[in-house]
Design a protein around this ligand. Structure first.
Ligand code: IPM
Ligand code: MG
Length: 354
């Protein structure tokens, strides 16, 4: 059966890295996997400049029936405020399609050096709540432009929202079958209402998983533990903003933001899920052909897993690891001089025999 993929390359380096992800999919199809069909949507900041919105009003409906979404990166802060691009596109997709889990694996791959001295074992997954929390979008501005101006932004934690993402995290700890350890980020010592509820739900969910260790750290201490003992972590579960921060920290510890993929999942499969690198559109290096495509290629790997193409997914992972371990073809963020396309080509060349 053909897998229909909605492709949203986005802005700046988005299209550059998505081109390499598509290259990988085309090569896999030539090797007998798939087949895959693509519908491309030019949404993002560029689209906003042409039409007044980052995606059409009926955008969600247009792609609702696809099997998966491949997303590059959006935003062009010199021309369009980031909040406009993000609210009108990324947040609409994540919330509109109930992609309540943002899954962000962090792993130090062979041949890649962590900025942490002496650390060679980093392998954890951030399970980020993706539809509410600090990103609820609730709030507003009052008395704009006057000395009395005020702004509010409400953090929303719901029992259902916290519980479903925590259950996903505990199930994942079981499936990974490793340390079977879940670490939750909180801040209930200061944000007592929302994270008070979060902590209560955590205790209830943990009760149902006696075989999974459950730990809880306030977010400030969490960022420190992650630096001092990254090897201790297995599955991390966090609210939307805390998960955003911890996953960038994790990606940096694992060598480069250019290598960290993510999956925005609707685990019920009622809506399509979205796969993207965790990095942004990087206007500072756009157009130079030097962005690292590995994050996007590993996002393609997650997409393949989600679509049940397990062997194709395994090959992508193995090809990426083989090329990085060899160390001949590396982009600038990894200390090399190869281009985006050269790294994509090298990975494609490996797909056949891994
Ligand atoms: C991410 C990004 C987004 C987020 C931005 C672009 C709104 O940082 O996917 O992590 O904060 O969720
Ligand atoms: Mg982020």
């Amino acid at each position: 059966m053909v897998h229909r993929i909605a492709v949203i390359p986005g802005d700046n380096i988005g299209p550059e890295v998505v081109a390499e992800g598509l290259k990988v999919l085309r090569r896999l199809q030539a090797l007998g996997f798939g087949p895959f069909a693509y519908d491309e949507y030019p949404w993002g900041a560029g689209y906003y400049l042409k039409t007044g919105a980052p995606m059409p009003a009926d955008g969600l409906d247009t792609i609702r029936d696809c099997d998966a979404i491949l997303f590059g990166a959006h935003g062009d802060p010199q021309r369009v405020p980031d909040r406009v691009s993000s609210q009108g596109l990324m947040h609409k997709l994540r919330k509109g399609f109930q992609q309540y889990v943002n899954l962000r694996p962090v792993r130090l791959l062979p041949g890649v050096v962590s900025p942490l001295r002496g650390k060679d074992e980093i392998d954890f997954v951030v399970v980020r709540e993706n539809t509410e929390g600090e990103y609820s979008g609730m709030g507003g501005r009052l008395h704009a432009g006057t000395p009395y101006e005020l702004a509010t932004q409400t953090t929303v934690i719901t029992r259902i929202g916290a519980e479903r993402v925590m259950r996903f995290a505990f199930d994942l700890a079981r499936q990974r079958g490793g340390k079977k350890r879940a670490a939750a980020a909180t801040k209930s010592n200061a944000l007592s209402h929302v994270f008070g509820l979060w902590d209560e739900v955590l205790a209830e969910v943990a009760n149902d998983y006696p075989d999974v260790e459950c730990h809880k750290f306030h977010i400030d201490a969490f960022t420190v533990h992650l630096i001092n003992r990254p090897e201790w972590f297995d599955v991390i579960v966090a609210s939307n903003l805390f998960g955003d921060i911890l996953s960038d920290e994790g990606a940096a510890l694992a060598g480069s933001l250019g290598m960290a993929p993510s999956a925005n999942l609707d685990p019920t499969r009622r809506h399509p899920s979205l796969f993207e690198p965790i990095h942004g559109s990087a206007p500072d290096i756009a157009g130079q052909g030097i962005a690292n495509p590995v994050a996007t290629i590993l996002a393609v790997r997650m997409l393949l897993d989600w679509l049940g193409e397990a062997e194709a997914a395994r090959r992508v992972q193995a090809a990426v690891e083989a090329v990085l371990a060899e160390g001949q073809v590396r982009t600038r963020d990894l200390g090399g001089r190869s281009t985006t396309a050269q790294l994509g080509d090298a990975i494609c060349a490996r797909l056949e025999a891994v």
